[in-house]
Design a protein around this ligand. Structure first.
Ligand SMILES: Nc1ncnc2c1ncn2[C@@H]1O[C@H](COP(=O)(O)OP(=O)(O)O)[C@@H](O)[C@H]1O
Ligand SMILES: [Mg+2]
Length: 244
């Protein structure tokens, strides 16, 4: 079975179908882009995967375990990392302290494997190119740097599946490049990433596969190049060409 297996997933809210029969198998180490017009259900899908919303129908398995009825905290414990926009970071703490808090929250056995926590903090900050800012408070970071710090915290907290909702929104082109590099580093380390993103060149650079949601259904999926050049993509965006 795949790392993440989603079967016939549906969600109805207030009589309104929001997700409709989603089937998706995600293999370990895959980076999958989730695109689609505004309101098509992308964020809702992440809410269902991370346990903030319970599906009306369907099953979700993660590492062979049925997690359909699991609470969000339990899903986090088994390795699902939702990266929130400017939410997970402690703004009044330094970057070092932010990473250290995530490391100290690990179960003791995992902490022991890391050895010297100070070194682990340093190598984590280095991985996201923030080592020069180690002593600064998180609230002095740019939006893009904050995003990198959040991904780093998710990484050191031992998560295996990363759910990233528009990580490049409002971020400079340089920072967008660094986020892309970091996602490719995660992939190399065997992590699995689902990423909601509007920026198609970004998606093409980092994703193995793209799924396109439209009114709560997977309307199109495939390799990034094939999806980008599929005529149906333009139709889905109601004439607004996302490749412009
Ligand atoms: N808590 C909720 N209650 C009712 N409707 C919701 C709720 N959350 C989202 N929706 C609706 O679900 C649809 C999908 O929203 P969303 O997942 O945020 O879309 P996307 O992230 O693709 O822009 C929208 O029509 C939105 O209005
Ligand atoms: Mg959204």
């Amino acid at each position: 079975m795949s790392l993440l297996s989603i079967k016939s997933l549906s969600l109805t809210l207030g009589g309104q179908p929001i997700l409709r029969g989603i089937d998706l198998e995600v293999e370990k180490g895959e980076v999958i882009g989730v695109i689609g017009p505004n309101g098509s259900g992308k964020t809702t899908l992440f809410n269902v995967l991370s346990g903030f919303l319970k599906p009306t129908h369907g099953k979700i398995h993660f590492k062979q375990t049925d997690m359909t009825g699991m609470a969000a905290s339990e899903r986090a414990r088994i390795g699902i990392g939702r990266v929130f926009q400017n939410f997970g970071v402690f703004r009044e703490m330094t970057l070092e302290e932010n990473v250290l808090v995530a490391l100290e929250a690990l179960p003791k056995e995992q902490r022991l494997v890391l050895g010297d926590l100070k070194k682990a903090v340093h190598s984590t900050l280095k991985l996201v190119h923030l080592e020069d800012h180690a002593k600064k408070k998180a609230n002095s970071l740019s939006g893009g740097q904050m995003r990198l710090l959040e991904i780093a915290r998710t990484l050191v907290s031992g998560k295996e599946l990363f759910l990233l909702d528009e990580p490049t929104a409002g971020v400079s082109p340089k920072m967008t490049g660094q986020i892309a590099d970091l996602i490719l580093t995660l992939k190399k380390e065997g992590k699995t990433v689902l990423i909601i993103e509007h920026d198609l060149p970004f998606i093409q650079k980092i994703c193995d596969r793209v799924i396109v949601l439209d009114v709560g259904e997977i309307a199109l999926q495939g390799k990034p190049d094939d999806v980008r050049h599929n005529g149906k993509l333009k139709e889905l965006y109601f004439g607004a060409d996302p490749t412009d």
